[in-house]
Ligand binder design. Structure first.
Ligand code: FAD
Ligand code: NAP
Ligand code: SF4
Length: 672
């Protein structure tokens, strides 16, 4: 059997799960409106069909005070049950199982009704919570229990009690946020009581034959978090109170240590769960940055946990489990942990999706159905837009030729994959290599497509996905051979001196800075090195598991520059931008805004900063000043009268990213 540990059944007493895969809770934005529950049901059903053992919904509030945001998803009244019944029926029809996550946001609630153990505002929300009275605490425990009971009546197989990530229960447990001096605070035993009472009374209410997962914060990563002995004590008490499984929670949302972004090593926190093994008898689930079956199998084989939780990887590929079980893991569309279409969307109040799988959470709308008329279609450019378009056209039955002038597929992903911390981009290229082959696409590499030959070949339609050309910047001395483009560095591997100025602080400027400051090999392959760099205490000797970060010395001295005012990197994505900024700061990169470029000579790069002249004594300048569409071929073909579609960077280069490129390519292909 492939991955025998991963596909070993797990006996929970009243029920046996078919495998050790938990689809972890993931807010999609579909939970919040009753009218979206048909879409949510289709999303879960597709993943149940994909062979997952057990799934957990996104967080659902047990009361209005517990909302994540105004009018967020809740299960508080009997009339909420029918919408939840849609989910449970859809999952059960596919042979799956599903738990409802009960999440009370506490002081993380983005609304004025929020409550907490003490009146202490969180650093990541603008609202100061009201401190719960003793009666309020009792009422809140009842709300959890009541929500679980309603979940049972709505057909759920269990609930997950969200006790981590800095939400309400976690706020009761940590002295950082609990400054009460009553039955619910004061010492560790009283701070834990809230969590234990919730599990105990929930178990009493739902009886034995119902799964209760408790998500336990095992590593708070904030000052004033729990110490390890308190975590072990709590885990034992939660087991005694009636939990069926303990899931791992890593890091509060306000923590300044990344926990899930792509630069976090794969399974980078499984060692935390392992520390708890042997302390309780119920199964333990580990989580965070587990995205491929080999990783999951190793964790289970090494006895680090009894089950693995994955959320984003199952957004990326609903068939993950079936592919792994069938020994086809090279066909898995791997989550690259970019957060660009999932978490970043949720933070912008948009529906979640997935950069590598735009169908995620759009299952009822973006359908890939057999083509009514089979056409001969050429796709020019095998970057993300072209690969997604060609393979989807192929899947629908069209005769597709994909042409790229480069010797390999992938376009700019071949540059992205070289950036330390972006190694996961290799997986997307591996996936598309197989997918193009499986969908019968004729891939022609090393060929520059031109209008004359495309015309002569008589294609029914042509898709132009020729990407971009880097924007050039002109100032006195910019024609010096020491002034490079990012392609000179990442594609042509030009040697670069010890002191470098980067012009342009967008995504590529940041990536090039990261590339130039890091020593090889990247820390992403080395958990101990990564935790040292970010100040995570693997001994868990300190409260919250923090220690002083010890970043390695930078490989080069870098200046990262932009013309606009303000701090460079402010426009990077919400959930990952702070990590890029913190990484470069730790590497002593000088980031300057309000810069004007004067000239380059043997002294270095002459600039004005806030109007004051400065000379940066650099060996090289690297231009990362954005991109322009490469649509010359498109214009020629249109002029020649061919039926042409333009996608990706060739269409619009401004604010282009792979999310838009892949989504545009897939959507177009679903309609031809
Ligand atoms: P491209 O990827 O540019 O592909 C165009 C292809 O067309 C190329 O392979 C080219 O060879 C081919 N071509 C051009 N003309 C012809 C012709 N006449 N005949 C045949 N072939 C031709 N995006 C993100 O979303 N997240 C990230 O983290 C991220 N990181 C990045 C890091 C770096 C260092 C770089 C450079 C880019 C990064 N991007 C990232 C941007 C992302 O890679 C691009 O948005 C995406 O590749 C655009 O896709 P595309 O298919 O439109 O074009
Ligand atoms: P970008 O994000 O648009 O940044 C371009 C930078 O160049 C800006 O800092 C801009 O700032 C500067 N610039 C623009 N015109 C200039 C000029 N004429 N002279 C000097 N400076 C100029 O573009 P990019 O960095 O090339 O990235 C391309 C795309 O790839 C982006 O849209 C991005 O989303 C995507 N990408 C994403 C990631 C990611 O991690 N999500 C990583 C890499 C790339 P000023 O105008 O202030 O100088
Ligand atoms: Fe993973 Fe990125 Fe997709 Fe989110 S958007 S599921 S992080 S690949």
């Amino acid at each position: 059997m492939n991955y025998p540990k991963l596909f070993a059944p797990l006996d929970l007493g009243h029920v046996t799960l078919p495998n050790r895969i938990l689809m972890g809770s993931m807010h999609t934005g579909l939970e919040d409106k009753a009218s979206d529950y048909d879409k949510l049901a289709a999303y879960f059903a597709e993943r149940a069909r994909g062979g997952i053992g057990l799934m957990v919904t996104g967080g659902i509030a047990p009361s209005i005070q517990g909302w994540l945001k105004p009018f967020g998803g809740q299960l508080t009244m009997p009339w909420h049950k029918p919408r939840h019944r849609k989910l449970t029926d859809a999952v059960h029809a596919e042979g799956g199982r599903i738990c409802l996550q009960i999440l009370h946001a506490g002081r993380y609630g983005y609304h004025p009704l929020s409550v907490a153990p003490s009146k202490i505002k969180s650093p990541i929300t603008p609202f100061t919570p009201r401190a719960l009275s003793s009666r309020g605490v009792e009422r809140t425990i009842h709300d959890f229990m009541h929500c679980a009971k309603l979940a049972q009546e709505a057909g759920y197989d269990g609930v997950e009690v969200m006790g981590s990530e800095g939400y309400l229960i976690n706020q009761f447990i940590a002295e950082r946020t609990n400054q009460r001096n009553d039955a619910w605070g004061g010492d560790a035993a009283r701070r834990m009581r809230f969590a234990i009472e919730i599990v105990r009374r929930t178990r009493e209410a739902v009886g034995r034959d119902f799964i209760i997962i408790y998500r336990l914060s095992m590593l708070d990563l904030v000052e004033g978090g729990q110490d390890w002995s308190e975590i072990v004590t709590l885990a034992k008490a939660i087991e005694a109170a009636g939990a069926s499984i303990i899931n791992t929670g890593i890091g509060w949302h306000e923590a300044r240590v990344p926990t899930i972004v792509t630069s976090v090593p794969r399974a980078g926190f499984a060692w935390v769960t392992k520390k708890l093994k042997g302390e309780v008898a119920i199964p333990l689930i580990t989580t965070n940055r587990i995205n491929m079956p080999e990783v999951a199998e190793r964790i289970l084989a090494d006895g680090e946990a009894d089950m693995v939780s994955m959320a984003r990887p199952l957004l990326a590929d609903p068939d993950w489990a079936n592919k792994a079980r069938a020994g086809r893991s090279e066909r898995i569309n791997t989550c690259i942990a970019c957060n660009q279409a999932c978490l970043d969307h949720v933070f912008q109040n948009k529906r979640a999706s997935c950069l590598v799988n735009p169908r995620a959470c759009h299952e009822t709308e973006l359908k890939i159905e057999p083509a009514r008329v089979r056409k001969r279609i050429a796709v020019i450019g095998a970057g993300p837009a072209g690969m997604a378009c060609a393979s989807t056209l192929g899947e629908r039955g069209h005769a597709v030729t994909l042409i790229d002038k480069a010797g390999e597929i992938g376009g700019q992903f071949n540059y992205a994959k070289q950036i330390p911390g972006k190694e996961e981009f290799h997986e997307t290229l591996r996936y598309f290599r197989h997918r193009l082959n499986d969908t019968g696409v004729n891939v022609q590499l090393g060929q520059t497509a031109d209008a004359a030959s495309l015309h002569a070949d008589g294609y029914d339609e042509v898709v132009i996905a020729t990407g971009i050309t880097p924007r050039t910047v002109s100032f006195p001395g910019s024609d010096d051979p020491r002034v490079l483009s990012y392609l000179d560095v990442l594609a042509r591997h030009h040697s670069v001196g010890a002191k470098v100025a980067i012009i342009g602080a967008g995504g590529i400027g940041f990536d090039v800075a990261e590339f130039l400051v890091e020593h090889a090999p990247s820390p992403t392959s080395d958990v101990a090195r990564w935790t040292r760099e970010w100040g995570v205490d693997m001994q868990l000797a300190q409260r919250g598991g923090l220690q002083k970060p010890q970043p390695e010395a930078p490989a080069r001295q870098i200046w990262l520059l932009q013309r606009s005012e303000g701090r460079p990197g402010a426009r990077l994505n919400k959930t990952t931008g702070w990590v890029y900024r913190a990484t470069l700061k730790a590497k002593q990169v000088t980031m300057l805004g309000n810069v004007s470029y004067q000239h380059f000579d043997d002294q270095g790069l002459h600039i004005n900063v806030d109007g004051t002249p400065q000379v940066l004594p650099v060996d090289h300048v690297v231009i990362c000043a954005g991109q322009e569409p490469n649509r010359r071929l498109a214009d020629e073909l249109i002029a020649a009268g061919l039926k042409v579609h333009v996608i990706g960077g060739a269409d619009v280069a401004a604010e282009l990213d792979a999310k838009r490129a892949i989504a545009q390519g897939t959507r177009l292909a679903s309609q031809i």
